[in-house]
Every structure is written in structure tokens, then in C-alpha cells.
Design a protein around this ligand. Structure first.
Ligand SMILES: [Zn+2]
Length: 841
């Protein structure tokens, strides 16, 4: 569903620009998602009882290729079903031959410029998937664990020893020192002495380092340089310490000479149990304490990450990041919504080198060849036959593959033909807009910008739009894991592509984390039904042979107020849609169209104009109303088209239309329809009077078939003039018996309900309560009073004020006020009725 949201936003932008006559190109594509894909295939095979790691290389690759085919087909099917106007002729895949070539080319250029290096660095090692993964693929969570206090005995045999706290006792075999803080007086006398690593006979020195937190545990820390980032940094500051061997192999099992034979081959969990037992038996485990701490887990396999010193390929990021940070600060690349700019900037500030090698099968091989004779390292687009230094043919291809993002970050120019100088590349690069989820802001978006400036010396796009993360109706993130993300094809099959598209951008903002589900889809469908009915209604007044509207009708001298009003409302809606789309406020544009079409056009205008449309006000009035309606409906369908292309295309063809597709019809010019502030101001009292009198009708329980009398006391002559002019409309829409105007001092008729507005006061005749009605009112009053007392009691409870959220308290207060008002109105009603001879309750 996240892809559907992104695609919907992109399609809205692309379709609206295409209608404006802009040259649009939307390149569809797929990435091979190296590690993610391999994890999924591994999982699927495990269900069939097959271990991925045990498959021969060719068979494993075949399984992955098959999985990719299935999913590619499905993704393409979803894109088609959603009605997204991508350019299928330009479809690209990160492992097609051109992408492979471009990926190798990019590697070789960066390597030649010294921006790619191979080095031993601490990496996040996933022992289950047996690969390094990037910092971005690591999830940190607070977890309950234990802190173990161990005694490291003095090497000279004196009693006691140093107390060292650790959460990972199984790594003691990789220790090279015990470190304390230089200003920690407790330990100063011991500096330079030696202790024995428990369960071994290896001696290590007591050293000082400022990285030690004296408040953690007992203030002394074991130093295990190959398996902890901080320890590795301490190690680098103390050149006299020996580099230990790797004591954990790539699957997390204890290994090497430094590990006593009894523990070799145990996995890290077994090793912990075993060392703790032996430490306890030998009196070296002093105590254990519950300890809540941050644990790093692999996003893909959920296993605990093993920090590990390992030889990997890296991209130097600092110099690549600088032009990007500048471009965003200068506004050369704009981020929407702008609130993400700060986080983006902060990440660039603290950027680390990018580990691009992966120890997986699925991906582009690193284009580096090692000479077995002279040990030269050759990076080359085409595999070399011989070493370019010693001419030996004995070359070995690097066994690792590249991170998938190493291809994806080239996407904006790779898809246009780079490294060839194609016409597409010249014409479309730099591109305009990238739409994506903010979860890949750093994986992808930031890196595309870096690649753009580095390889093309120009921004890859001028605007980035981040969609929100879709949640389910209970507010949970949608995920494969929870199984709460519906298949878009099912949603489209059940609800239609347009209902899905509209509900993804309305009413929850497309750029916020909003809920998606049945109620949003119902809302989308109801809106489309409303539009459908509006067009059918319009069609019933359009005689055969009516030409397509070329503009708004020319107005007669005394053009009807409501026609002037709807044209002006349309003008403002069109302006706001233009402005909102231009500012990447997608949901604001959808909301404007929703409100205009539903409330102004379908509800207010159509109801008022019905009389004129039916011909009961004469031929000129009928023609003006018909032309106004046809124009506004036809143009509104154009504005709505990018959001819901299927239903609008269908409806547009039912109306008089030019010989083309709506998708290719011109976008409406906003200045076509006149802005008419006078008409808008004049319509206000009319619409308000209708609304207030209708509310009074329902509150006073006026029977449906009754036509009560009503009065208005306008404030000022302007309101009076307009209301008198539109009296017939008000009478018809509220189904009144009569509507009269009261002068300033004129007495209000008895037994009336009253409402006050800016333009004056409205009064509506109340029905005389019959015995039965009075009884019903009495019963309703009892119920309301009970509810009111309960609500007031709740508000009087100090505990409620303290604990309940602010909104809930406010809502409860509003409810109490409203209940009191309803009780008061019933009392008034009953009193007036009994005074005028009605039956008392
Ligand atoms: Zn060589």
C-alpha cells in the first residue's frame, strides 16, 4: 500500500503536468533488493525444509531469480491496475545489462578518484545471514538483559583482583587489556599491573583511557578490540596492545587459539551459558544484576548484531555529502514537507563512510580483481585478462557483491542512459521530482543527490516529496510481519482503483502517517458516487447536440446571483488546486476539490438552480443555469482527473466533449471564470438563512410534511435586500409556509424557535405539541437530565481532570453545555405550549 500511495502522488503530479502540456516522463523500475530478496527466499525454502546455505550456488541463484520473476509480475500488475501512467517503454531493472554496466562504471570512477577503499573496519555483522549490513539496516531497541561482575585475578598471584562488569562474558577470550578512566583515583595504584583473563592463563595489562565511564559497573572495562566499536577505538590509541585473532566466526561460533578448546565451536548463546557456569564454579563470577540496555538487531533477520572487525569495501562520504548539504540549504533542492529538512541536514553532518560490500549471492559482483602474483588490486568495467602490473593471468575476482543501493543511487541518470550521452539524458536530466517514503530518505534519496552532483555535476531533481507511512485503522504501521497490509490488487478489485487512490490522499494527509482502511475507502467511494450522480443530474438537462463548453456563459444584465456565485467559487477552487499542487500540498488540492464538488456544487448550487433548470423561471434563466452547470461540471472533471482518472474519463465522455481523451485534454485556465466577490458576499446570508432554518426545523421536530411559517429580522439594508430578492429560494429549500421580514422593533411572533447570525435573526414557528408529543418530550427530558448529571459528576471528579487527556476533558465540557441547552429548550417548549393551551407533561 505504501507503493500505491507513492504512485498515486506521482500520477497526480504527472497527469496534471501532462494536461498542462508539459513534456512528462515517468520511468518505472524495479530494484533487485539483494539482501532483502535473499532473506525472503531463504524463509520460503526453510518452510519447505531446505536450507538456503546448503544449496549449490547455481541452484540458489535460480531460486532467487524465480522469486524475482513472480514479484516483478505482481508489481507490474499492481501498477497497471492502479491506472498509473508510467512509461512502460522505459522500464528498467537494477540488474539489467545496462544497469550492470553503469554500476561497474560508477565503482571504477569512484575507485580511481580514491573515494572507494577496502579496509578493516568495525561493521555490523549479521551472523544468521553471514553478511555485513549497513548502519541503516540495524534496529536499536531497549531490552532487558543482565550485567555480570567478573573478577580478573592479579597476575602476580596476590589476592583479589579487578572487578570488571560486562554484558557479554563469552567475549572475554578476545580481551587484550582492562581499562580504567585516567582520573579514577580508585585504580591509579594499579595502572601498569597485569591481570589474568578468567578461564585462561593469558595476562593482560591494566591501562587508562578517557573513553571509560567510571560510573558504569565497577569502573573497569575489558577491552575486546575485534568485537566492540569503543574497544576498537581504545585499541587504536594503545599501539603496544597486540591485535587478537577473531574469536567468533562468521556464524557467531567461538573459534581461534585464544579460545580454550572446551569452548571452541560453541555458538555465542551456548558459550555464554557455559562461561557463566564455569566462572561461577571458579568463584570468578561475583554477582549478576538485571540490566536494561540498547540492543542492536538486524532489520532483516532480527538476530542480534555482532560488531565485528572485518575487511570490507567503503565509499568515503564526506566530500560527496558537502554539495548536497549546500544544495538543500540554498534551496536548489527542496524537500516537501519542509519539516524533514532538519533531520536530513543533521544526518549529512554526522555522515559515516558507506560499507558497500555484502557477503550475499544476489547482487552485482564488486568489479575488482586481485592479482595472486603481485597482489595488485584492479578495478575494471570489463574483466581484465592479465594483471596490468606484472602481466600475470592469475587473477581472482572479489567474492563480495555490492549493496543494492549502490545501483539505486545512480537511478536518476542511469535510467536515462548514463554512462552513454543519450538524448534522454540530455533532455530530461536534471529531473523535477522524486516521490518516495521517508523511510528511505538516507538509504536512497540523500545518496541519489550525492551521485547526481558527483557523476553529473548537477542536482538529480529539484523537488523531493516524502509520503507518510501508511498505518492500519488501529494506528499500527503496515508490515508484512503483522500481515495488516492488504494486497492492492484485492483492494482495487473490491473497491476500484479510483476509490483506493482517493482514499490514499484524502482525508488523511498524504505526507503524514495516517490510517488507511475500510472507512477511508468508504469515504472515497461515497465521494465518487456523489460526482457520478452530479454528472447524471447535469446530463438530464443537456439536450442532444449541445456543444462542449468553451467558457462560462455570457451573463445577462441581471445574471442570477447563484450562477455568479458558483462561477466565482469554481474560480477560487481552481486557483487553490493549482497553488496546492505547485507547492506539493497534495491533500490540500484533494480537499479543495472534495469540498467544492460536494458542498458548493452538488449540495448548494444544484438545489438552488433546480428551479431555473426545470424551466419554471423561464427560458433565459434555464439556459443560463444549464450553461453554468455544464461549464463548471466539465471543468471540475478536468481538475479532478489526476486524482481519479477512470471515473472522470468515463463521465467526461458522457458529457459534450472535444474529440480526445480527458487525460490529454488541456488543464483549465483559472482566469476563464470570473472572480466575483460581490456575489460571494451576497450569497452568504442566503445560504446561512437556509442552514439556520433547516437546523431549527430539525431541532424543533417539525414534521416532514409541515410547512411552518418563518421570519427573518435582517441587520442592515444590504442583507435585507438580498434576502428579499432570494425569498422564493429560501421558502422552497426549507419548505416553508411563508417567510416574512421583521422590522427592528417589531415584536417576535409567539411560540417560535430562534437563531442569531451575523446578518440578523431567524425565527421558525414551532409545532403545537400534542399530548403524545408532550409526553415524548417529557421522556426525552428525563433521559437528558440523567445524562447531564452523569456528565457533570464526571467533570466534578478531580481525578478525571488529572488523568484524562486535555481533548477528552474539553469534549466532556462541551457535551455538558450542549445537554444543558437541550434541556432548557425542552423546558421552554413545554412552558409555551402549556401557556397556549397545549397539554402539560
Ligand atoms: Zn600482478
Amino acid at each position: 500500500m505504501g507503493h500505491m500511495l507513492g504512485d498515486t502522488v506521482m500520477d497526480i503530479l504527472v497527469r496534471s503536468h501532462r494536461m498542462r502540456g508539459d513534456a512528462t516522463v515517468w520511468v518505472p523500475g524495479l530494484d533487485h533488493a539483494g539482501l532483502a530478496t535473499q532473506v525472503e527466499v531463504r524463509r520460503r525454502l526453510a518452510k519447505q525444509g531446505v536450507r538456503f546455505e546448503e544449496l549449490p550456488r547455481e541452484e540458489a541463484l535460480h531460486e532467487i531469480a524465480e522469486w524475482k520473476e513472480e514479484h516483478e509480475r505482481r508489481i507490474r500488475e499492481q501498477t497497471r491496475a492502479g491506472g498509473f501512467t508510467v512509461d512502460w517503454g522505459r522500464y528498467r531493472y537494477t540488474m539489467d545489462p545496462e544497469s550492470t554496466r553503469a554500476t561497474r562504471e560508477a565503482f571504477v570512477r569512484l575507485h580511481a578518484d580514491g573515494l572507494i577503499y577496502r579496509g578493516e573496519r568495525m561493521v555490523n555483522w549479521d551472523p544468521r545471514l553471514k553478511t555485513a549490513i549497513s548502519d541503516l539496516e540495524v534496529v536499536h531497541t531497549e531490552e532487558e538483559g543482565e550485567l555480570y561482575y567478573l573478577r580478573y585475578p592479579w597476575a602476580d598471584g596476590s589476592p583479589g583482583g579487578l572487578e570488571v562488569a560486562t554484558v557479554r562474558p563469552e567475549t572475554i577470550f578476545g580481551d587484550v587489556a582492562v581499562a580504567v578512566h585516567p582520573s579514577d583515583d580508585r585504580y591509579r595504584p594499579f595502572l601498569g599491573r597485569e591481570v589474568v583473563v578468567p578461564l585462561t592463563d593469558r595476562r593482560v595489562p591494566v591501562i587508562e583511557d578517557a573513553a571509560i565511564d567510571p560510573a558504569f559497573g565497577a569502573g573497569a572495562l575489558k577491552v575486546t578490540p575485534r568485537h566492540d566499536t569503543v574497544d576498537h577505538e581504545i585499541f587504536l590509541r594503545h599501539p603496544s596492545l597486540p591485535m587478537p585473532p577473531d574469536i567468533l566466526d562468521d556464524s557467531g561460533h567461538l573459534t581461534s587459539d585464544w579460545v580454550p578448546a572446551a569452548y571452541r565451536g560453541l555458538d555465542r548463546d551456548e558459550a555464554r551459558t557455559r562461561t557463566l557456569k564455569d566462572l561461577a564454579d571458579s568463584g570468578l563470577l561475583l554477582r549478576r544484576e538485571p540490566y536494561r540496555h540498547s540492543v542492536a538487531r538486524s532489520e532483516r533477520s532480527e538476530t542480534v548484531i555482532e560488531p565485528r572487525l572485518s575487511t570490507q569495501w567503503f565509499v568515503r562520504m564526506r566530500s560527496l555529502a558537502t554539495p548536497v548539504a549546500d544544495a538543500v540549504r540554498r534551496g536548489e533542492i527542496r524537500i516537501h514537507p519542509a519539516r524533514w529538512e532538519r533531520e536530513f541536514d543533521r544526518w549529512l553532518e554526522g555522515i559515516q563512510d558507506w560499507c558497500i560490500s555484502r557477503q550475499v549471492l544476489w547482487g552485482h559482483r564488486i568489479p575488482v580483481y586481485h592479482c595472486r602474483v603481485c597482489h595488485r588490486e584492479i578495478a575494471a568495467v570489463e574483466p581484465p585478462m592479465v594483471c596490468d602490473q606484472c602481466r600475470s593471468p592469475d587473477l581472482e575476482e572479489d567474492p563480495d557483491v555490492l549493496d543494492t543501493w549502490f545501483t539505486s543511487w545512480l537511478w536518476p541518470f542511469l535510467t536515462l542512459g548514463w554512462p552513454e550521452r543519450t538524448a534522454d539524458l540530455e533532455h530530461y536530466y536534471p529531473t523535477n521530482v522524486l516521490v518516495t517514503g521517508r523511510d528511505i530518505m538516507f538509504f536512497w534519496v540523500a545518496r541519489m543527490m550525492m551521485a547526481g552532483y558527483y557523476f553529473r555535476n548537477a542536482r538529480p531533481f529539484s523537488d523531493v516529496y516524502f509520503t507518510g507511512m501508511i498505518r492500519d485503522e488501529q494506528g499500527r504501521r503496515m508490515s508484512k510481519h503483522l500481515g495488516n497490509s492488504p494486497d492492492p490488487l484485492d483492494v482495487i478489485h473490491e473497491r476500484g482503483a479510483d476509490a483506493m487512490r482517493f482514499s490514499l490522499v484524502f482525508p488523511s494527509p498524504a505526507d503524514e502517517d495516517g490510517p488507511f482502511g475500510a472507512s477511508a475507502l468508504d469515504g472515497g467511494r461515497n465521494f465518487l458516487t456523489k460526482v457520478w450522480n452530479l454528472v447524471r443530474f447535469t446530463l438530464s438537462f443537456v439536450p442532444a447536440g449541445t456543444p462542449p463548453p468553451t467558457g462560462p456563459p455570457t451573463r445577462s444584465a441581471e445574471g442570477t446571483l447563484v450562477n455568479r456565485w458558483i462561477l466565482s467559487r469554481y474560480r477560487h477552487a481552481a486557483e487553490e488546486v493549482d497553488r496546492a499542487l505547485g507547492e506539493y500540498r497534495i491533500t490540500a488540492a484533494a480537499t479543495t476539490l472534495y469540498d467544492f464538488l460536494w458542498h458548493d456544487l452538488a449540495d448548494r448550487y444544484v438545489e438552488i438552480a433546480k428551479e431555473a433548470l426545470s424551466g419554471r423561471r423561464g427560458e433565459p434563466a434555464q439556459r443560463e443555469a444549464r450553461e453554468t452547470l455544464l461549464f463548471v461540471v466539465e471543468r471540475s472533471l478536468r481538475l479532478l482527473h489526476p486524482f481519479v482518472p477512470h471515473v472522470t474519463e468515463e463521465l467526461w465522455h458522457a458529457l459534450p466533449h472535444p474529440d480526445t481523451l480527458l487525460a490529454l485534454a488541456p488543464w483549465p485556465r483559472v482566469d476563464e471564470a470570473p472572480s466575483d466577490p460581490v456575489a460571494e458576499v451576497e450569497m452568504e446570508p442566503v445560504l446561512e438563512t437556509i442552514r439556520l432554518l433547516r437546523n431549527l426545523r430539525s431541532e424543533e421536530k417539525v414534521p416532514l410534511e409541515a410547512n411552518p411559517k418563518a421570519w427573518v429580522r435582517p441587520t442592515g439594508s444590504e442583507a435585507a435586500r438580498v434576502l428579499r430578492a432570494e425569498r422564493a429560494t429560501i421558502v422552497r429549500l426549507v419548505r416553508l409556509g411563508s417567510l416574512d421580514f421583521l422590522a427592528d422593533q417589531e415584536e417576535v411572533p409567539p411560540r417560535t424557535g430562534r437563531r442569531v447570525a451575523v446578518f440578523g435573526e431567524c425565527f421558525l414557528e414551532r409545532p403545537v405539541a400534542s399530548g403524545a408529543t408532550a409526553e415524548a418530550l417529557g421522556r426525552e427530558r428525563e433521559k437528558l437530565v440523567a445524562l447531564l448529571e452523569k456528565t457533570r459528576a464526571r467533570l466534578a471528579d478531580p481525578g478525571f481532570h488529572d488523568r484524562a487527556p486535555h481533548d477528552v476533558v474539553r469534549e466532556t465540557e462541551e457535551k455538558a453545555t450542549e445537554l444543558a441547552e437541550r434541556v432548557r429548550r425542552i423546558d421552554e417548549h413545554l412552558k409555551e405550549d402549556s401557556a397556549s393551551g397545549g397539554t402539560p407533561p
